[in-house]
Design a protein around this ligand. Sequence first.
Ligand code: DC
Length: 233
Amino acid sequence: MIYPSTIAIDGPAGSGKSSVCSALAAEFQYLFVDTGAFYRAVTLAAIRADLMAAGETAIAALAERCDFDISKDHYDDDVYTIWLNGEDVTETVRTPHVERHVSEVARMSAVRDTLNMKYRQLAKRGKVIMAGRDIGTVVLPDADLKIYLDASAEVRAIRRALQREAAGLPADYATILNTMRERDRIDSTRTVAPMLRPADAVYVNSDTMTMEQVIETLKQIIRTWKPANEGVE
Ligand code: DC
């Protein structure tokens, strides 16, 4: 069986990309490159260097000096470890402090240019599944397989509320829904790399599916994938 070398998965916040990509990477032995985690790592580096107020040029220069990497987790093969200058920052990049500043950093085009080069290098390793907002459109426009994973804001807010409840965190549905809509608005209307659905992506709307069904649907898409030039002499 031939597998795609590069898979691009885009979609809005809370559409389940991370869980789905972790499961797919484990099943088919891909490296899962979660591009949001790199924006978070740059943000962490900028906070530590006290550069958050220093502006785009300083933060982009810092990003260029940093050494970022991502690897399959050493202990559990369905998640990744994210490295910043040799330090495992997988947990640290998820803290509220980083969360508060990350969208500001992700809007900086000079930072995006630096990270996009890094993502393209990682894709060259082959058997990479890359998730984000602009992977199929900007980062890997020639990806072998593109999937756009969608879900309505209402359904994503319910899922997020249930996750938070299970973790013992405050989970007010109306507040979560408003935040979700606001984040969608920012992600899709920003001038730098707005979230767009690639015209050549397979569209999957998960509103009426369980996570298991979404994973199964995507596994089937990967298993039945054929190279674009198959049959061409
Ligand atoms: O998916 P996430 O929440 O970890 O993403 C963190 C931030 O990075 C969020 O503001 C969206 C942004 N992002 C982006 O602009 N482009 C990507 N390819 C991935 C994430």
